[in-house]
Every structure is written in structure tokens, then in C-alpha cells.
Design a protein around this ligand. Structure first.
Ligand SMILES: [Zn+2]
Length: 163
């Protein structure tokens, strides 16, 4: 089964997005480079810098192709393998406070700081809004492997990332 590997955490896991890559429209290399630069070379969801992953991040479809999204620039952003793998074909998630279905965070159109903040320890991401809370859950932004890595980065003075 195709999968992703998160070298910093030493884990491999299946990711739903990689299962249908054969039918995906090709995204030009120049556009991939532009997306990465526009995203500041970090994941649009968990803010992990590309330089921490030891492998290229994914250019993800904000609205998945399976949900009718396009491969146009305005539907593309940078995501780490964990976030992209957990997102899969999801476009919405459940806000645990309001118990309502809500759209997931759109890193191209929305500001991270409007929907999330770092916990006091800076190890976990806290959702501030329904969109933020639903996205934290759906993309597992506080997955144990991310939390473990953030602890290590924090002890080295590399975390939280500075905008
Ligand atoms: Zn991420």
C-alpha cells in the first residue's frame, strides 16, 4: 500500500491521498515551487517547517479532487505528510463544542492566527473557532508524533515557529 513516511518521528503510515495519484492532473514544477514559496515553506495547518521534515512537503488540494476541487493555483497549498494524510478527502469536520459540521480551515484564504493558537507550553495547537476546533480534530494536529517532535524542537529552541 502506498504511504507516507515521517522521518522525524520514525513512523510510516498509509495516507488516503496517495492511493489515487495515478489519475491526478500533473502540477507543474514551477507552480509547486511557487506554492511552497507562497506558503513560506511550512505546512499550512500545523506550521511545521519543511526544513524539519527532511523531505518535501506535499502540494495539497484544499478542496480535494474527489470533492470537486481543481488543480488550479487557488486550490493548492503546502501541507506536511501527516496533515495531508489525515485530511484525505475531507472538506468538513465536527466542532466538538458546538457539535456541528463545519468547513475545515483553508490555509490560502484564512489566517492561522484567527482560528488557532499554541497552547501555553507551545506543544499543542488549540482551535479558537469552530473551523479551528474541527480542523484540529480532523487533521489530528496534536497527533502524538507531532507533539513528540514539537517537544524536541522546543527543547532545541526551534519551536514554536515564528511567522
Ligand atoms: Zn502539518
Amino acid at each position: 500500500m502506498p504511504g507516507c513516511f515521517w522521518p522525524g518521528a520514525g513512523i510510516g503510515f498509509p495516507c488516503r491521498h496517495s492511493l489515487s495519484t495515478m489519475s491526478r492532473p500533473r502540477i507543474r514544477k514551477s507552480l509547486r515551487k511557487k506554492i511552497a514559496a507562497d506558503a513560506g515553506y511550512h505546512c499550512g495547518y500545523c506550521l511545521t517547517p519543511q526544513s524539519f521534515t527532511a523531505m518535501p512537503m506535499h502540494v495539497e488540494h484544499i478542496i480535494p479532487l474527489a470533492a470537486g476541487g481543481s488543480s488550479d493555483e487557488d486550490n493548492l497549498w503546502l501541507a506536511c505528510p501527516l496533515c495531508n494524510g489525515h485530511k484525505g478527502v475531507q472538506t468538513h469536520g465536527s466542532d466538538p463544542i458546538a457539535d456541528e459540521w463545519t468547513p475545515l480551515f483553508n490555509p490560502r484564504k484564512q489566517k492561522w492566527q484567527d482560528h488557532f493558537r499554541w497552547s501555553v507550553s507551545s506543544i499543542e495547537i488549540v482551535g479558537l473557532t469552530a473551523i479551528g476546533r474541527a480542523t484540529v480534530l480532523a487533521l489530528r494536529l496534536n497527533h502524538k508524533h507531532l507533539v513528540r517532535a514539537r517537544r524536541r524542537w522546543s527543547s532545541a529552541g526551534w519551536h514554536p515557529p515564528v511567522e
